[in-house]
Design a protein around this ligand. Structure first.
Ligand code: NAD
Length: 416
């Protein structure tokens, strides 16, 4: 995975003058720690789980990145996600490097008390690696505010004082920020709003959303509330479609009651479709918001949307990128499109450190300003250099990273 991800860095490096030291530094993770966590299960037995924390690059500041609970988590995946975080933070000009963590577990097979013990065990194992000035975790796939609250609490117990800035995405009651819950989706929504004319998108538009978790539900809600039409959604149970638009609020209520989106199939003209057919849904905007590599060489040809908004990390493979470019599909890349989440995480960290909390409108306005500024800058690079939005985003981030790495000293210092 990391090798594939690095091809995007190579693409960008071809378009800018970059010192060889910079590329050498960005090609490898700085450190990845692997541990085995042992916890007591509810039945009294002990069970162990593999876990990782990767600090990919910290040139621009403490490393930042979520913790994922997933049965297929691996060191390669964690390092790739940490690489993306390095570039994402640079794209948004946040004073952070990139990191990521994971536990190899299917959280659905554990009780709530077991998940709590596992979350606390993770912090006990990595307490010396993380810290508000060193490495700051956050939620990712199958982790949430409750888990971040347990983790922040465990860290505070270990260091002997309250330290909310060690983790973001916490419950509001424990120092979480207003607006963090929908921040990832909101960032993507603001990006579309700001670039919609340049992208040639109609208003209102139709969209299909793959994955109906945190990112997918909120993006569907934001677009639906703004008068746009969500025509297809999917989760791990399957996909549903209605050309006239789906009842988004009812679907979110259904998911909150623990049921899959496919429970709505058969009601009021809502049809169940093959999950692969979701990618081929006729619509203006396709929003992958599930997992990596979902749009690949074999299904990219079926995409009918004009624009893809990558809310998931790495949902489109490099092969699919090329096929989609040939079809004229514009991809708004993950390191820009889903960066609203880490941006509001940054706001949470700032508020924790200053001990002063901002109202929701201020969070939204600050987020919109950053998304519009960086989105516009990347659009301009793409136009000026005739490159894709993905390559433009990497160029944008790479020049910031290179500036920071060079400021620390590169081979040019020794040239004379
Ligand atoms: P989540 O666990 O809340 O939701 C994931 C959703 O994807 C679930 O509805 C699940 O059923 C669905 N899914 C899983 N496999 C699927 C499949 N094969 N087909 C269709 N749906 C499938 O996770 P999330 O936080 O919404 O994250 C989703 C993606 O967004 C991930 O790639 C994550 O890294 C990325 N992301 C999330 C955030 C955030 O703040 N939540 C920030 C940046 C990036």
């Amino acid at each position: 995975m990391l090798e594939l991800a690095l091809t995007r860095l190579d693409d960008a490096a071809r378009h800018v003058q970059i010192d060889a030291d910079v590329l050498e530094k960005l090609k490898y993770p700085r450190e990845t720690t692997k541990v085995r966590l042992m916890i007591r299960m509810d039945d009294g037995s002990r069970k162990s789980f593999l876990a990782w924390r990767c600090r990919y690059d910290d040139t621009r500041g403490p490393t930042k990145g979520g913790i994922r609970f997933h049965p297929e988590a691996s060191a390669d995946e964690v390092e790739t996600l940490a690489f993306w975080m390095t570039f994402k933070c640079a794209v948004m000009d946040l004073p952070y490097g990139g990191g990521k963590g994971a536990i190899q577990v299917d959280p659905r097979s554990l009780s709530r008390a077991e998940i709590e013990r596992l979350s606390r065990a993770y912090i006990q194992a990595f307490a010396k690696i993380i810290g508000p000035d060193r490495d700051i975790p956050a939620p990712d796939v199958y982790t949430n505010a409750m888990i971040m609250g347990w983790m922040a609490d465990e860290y505070s117990t270990i260091v002997g004082h309250s330290e909310p800035a060690v983790i973001t995405g916490k419950p509001i009651a424990l120092g979480g920020s207003l607006g963090r819950d929908d921040a990832t989706a909101r960032g993507g929504y603001y990006l579309i709003r700001h670039l919609s004319k340049d992208l040639g998108l109609p208003d209102p538009l139709t969209l299909a959303v793959q994955g109906f978790g945190n990112a997918g539900q909120f993006v569907a809600k934001l677009f639906a509330e703004d008068g746009h039409s969500v025509v297809a959604v999917s989760d791990s149970s399957g996909a549903i479609h209605r050309a006239a638009g789906l009842p988004v609020a009812d679907l979110i209520a259904l998911k909150n009651s623990g049921r899959p989106v496919t429970d709505f199939a058969g009601r009021d003209g809502i049809e169940r479709i093959d999950p692969e057919a979701l990618i081929a849904t006729p619509c203006d905007l396709l929003v992958p918001a599930a997992m990596e590599n979902m749009i690949h060489e074999k299904n990219a040809g079926a995409v009918k949307a004009r624009v893809i908004l990558e809310l998931a990390n790495g949902p489109v493979t490099p092969d699919a990128d090329r096929l989609l470019a040939e079809k004229g599909v514009v991809i708004l890349p993950d390191i820009l499109a889903n960066a609203g989440g880490v941006t509001v995480s940054y706001f949470e960290w700032v508020q924790n450190r200053q001990g002063f909390y901002w109202p929701l409108e201020e969070i939204h306005q600050r987020l919109e300003t950053i998304v519009a500024r960086q989105g516009r800058a990347i659009w301009a690079i793409a136009q000026d250099r005739s490159v894709s939005m993905r390559t433009a985003a990497y160029i944008h981030a790479l020049s910031r990273l290179a500036g920071a790495i060079e400021a620390h000293g590169t081979q040019q210092f020794f040239a004379a």
